[in-house]
Ligand binder design. Sequence first.
Ligand code: 4AD
Ligand code: MG
Length: 432
Amino acid sequence: MSKKISIKDLKDYVGQEIQVSGWLYNKRSSGKLRFLILRDGSGYLQCVYFKGNVTPEVFELTDKIGQESSITVTGKVKEEPRSPGGYELDATEVTIIHETHDYPITPKEHGVEFLMDNRHLWLRSSRQVAIMKIRHRIVKAIRDFFDDRGFTLMDAPILTPAACEGTSTLFETEYFDLGKAYLTQSGQLYAEAGALALGKVYTFGPTFRAEKSKTRRHLTEFWMVEPEVAFSDLNDNMDLAEEFLEYIVQSVLKDRAEELKVLERDITKLQCVVRPLPRISYDEAVEILHKEGLPFEYGNDLGAADETVISSKFDKPVMVHRYPSEVKAFYMKRDPENPKLALAVDVLAPEGYGEIIGGSQREESLETLQERIKEHDLPMEAFEWYLDLRRFGSVPHSGFGLGLERTVAWICGLEHVRETIPFARMIYRNTP
Ligand code: 4AD
Ligand code: MG
């Protein structure tokens, strides 16, 4: 019997007879030839059946098989530069594992809602496969980056006793006799405890925001990676963020060129993502908006449209630092040179993809942090453990959070974050 292989390994079997199992992606016919395009998750393979070379039964079967039937093909591997992947199968046999007809997703245009309803099947399309492979490569780059630099992965709990990023986007649930618990908005507070135990840590997991807005950047469940570093200030934090972004983008360019091609991504827009990245203050960002004639009011947070205008001035991600503390979270340290400003940094992706990173230096003084918790009307008891980090060996420390899905959307050049995660959760969708 011939050897069973994956499509990605075809190059090692030129001239040999092999078997591949997969799904029928597409088919064509021309006279005495039948072309079955097989996909197995590792790649695509054109299998050519010539009437004179196969039994009448096999030839008839190639006409009958429906799209997405699961099949095993047998044949000889041939180099074929014109074929996707560079190889072809001189096929002699086909056996059906499960015959399928009327597969709901056909090569014609379907509406997005239909495709999202059929997400479990839509994932099989070449575009979605390319996105998932790039997402995986980004996840690996994230882990490699921190692992290679002495960070310890320390995951944070998902059920938490209090808000971290504002009380307006909390998902709550009853927690036995202990009252309410909330799905985490960010692992940061726990990462801070980790940084004071291990020096450099990162959390990486799902986070939740009951976002009531329906935008192309918001999910209610998304993945965030959050490094946190002891003895690190805002500048160190920005140095880390820019090295991190360069590493992620260059890793994808190096290892996922084929997938970027499937997505028709203009890679010149990614090739330029190398250090240093531009750094501007919030004040300078506001100047840009005013020069463009936008009626932006100093002191407000930047909206999506403002971010797009600012990032359009740069061909790389731009770091905007020192926002008004009023629009930022309670834990951010104020700028000693201007206490109206927080030592915060947001990184805005180019091409209108908006904020992909939010971070800051943290307030390390116990008294100041207690004041902030009161100002923000947060329950002091729930934060006592967090305040302990300022009671026992407090140090300057900083960190940031990178949203995985927004990063995937930017690198892949996608319209909407719904395609960046296997099964998107949004205000109007929690299925399939
Ligand atoms: O700016 P955010 O809210 O920052 C934090 O949560 C901090 N605690 C992080 C830290 O300092 N450790 O969120 C960080 C990033 C955003 O820049 C964005 O990329 C992503 O998380 N994000 C979302 N992505 C998809 N859907 C949403 N609803 C998102 N909200 C935030
Ligand atoms: Mg933010």
